[in-house]
Design a protein around this ligand. Sequence first.
Ligand code: FES
Length: 133
Amino acid sequence: MAGALPYSEKVMEHFTNPRNMGEIEDANAIGEVGNPACGDMMRLYMKIENGTVVDAKFKTFGCGAAIASSSMMTEMIKGKSVEYAANLTNEEVAEALDGLPPVKIHCSLMAEEALKSALDDYEKRTGKKAVAS
Ligand code: FES
């Protein structure tokens, strides 16, 4: 790990200047997860149209790594296919942030789980499979 700080510059940058924070009023996919390890929470709002994630926003009550992961995750899925979003892993989010300290990997897992929970919600609301299997 470079430098004295446990976090990469990218993590610090997304933590201090998070992208896509807030909610989407007409979201059609909302996911919420709690992290039993620390009691933190994340809520993810997505707007899905014709198989594409046209917008994504989040509200996270959690540590810096969780906020940076939420921010990066929403940036990664915006404009992408639902299939891409469904297959995004927390490792990919952590990698896009130039890594997380090992004790903080569970924080990025919340981003992946919020995504899965939102896609489940989308299926319940629309009766459509988020991703054709
Ligand atoms: Fe709770 Fe990071 S310590 S999400």
